[in-house]
Design a protein around this ligand. Structure first.
Ligand code: ZN
Length: 155
């Protein structure tokens, strides 16, 4: 066998898993069922984190105070996904965006939708950095992040 000969075996690996949510994430999802987006506020630096954390990663203080944030915010960054990839359950094309809600000091990842996603040029005219978006709720709540169906641009 020569050094230049490069042989491979193709396969796929499935990794089923279960993740313990813990108290903070469980409560966050319970609030989503009530159509409330809640963050945790640090008693030391006053930052509000959405998604919430059990402690402030800057101050290492426990974060015990829940505060409701706006269901509207701004797009901090976004990506148009038009290539399928392994284990991706969302139908392409879709937009994955980092959204910072009013009243929050951090951004979190969700989809921007509710617009025509078939034409990238028209998407670029609609979805802008700093553009405002608002939460659209799923009718049926399951106590997970998809209780927010997506965020849509505010007209
Ligand atoms: Zn802090």
């Amino acid at each position: 066998m020569s050094k230049e000969e490069y042989r491979i075996v193709k396969g796929q690996v499935m990794v089923p898993y279960e993740l313990a949510l813990g108290r903070t994430w469980s409560e966050f999802y319970d609030y989503l069922k009530e159509e409330k987006i809640m963050g945790k506020k640090c008693g030391k630096c006053s930052r509000v984190l959405v998604p919430p954390r059990s402690f402030c990663p800057r101050c290492f203080e426990d974060m015990d105070e829940w505060v409701e944030v706006s269901q509207e915010g701004v797009v901090e960054t976004w990506v148009y996904v038009n290539m399928p990839f392994f284990a991706q359950e969302i139908k392409i094309p879709f937009i994955s965006a980092q959204i910072r809600l009013d009243g929050s000091d951090t951004g979190f990842i969700h989809q921007v939708a509710g617009i025509d996603l078939s034409d990238f040029d028209s998407v670029r005219e609609t979805v802008k950095l700093g553009g405002r978006v608002k939460a659209v709720w799923s009718k049926e709540k399951k106590g997970n992040i998809l209780d927010i169906a997506y965020f849509e641009p505010v007209k």
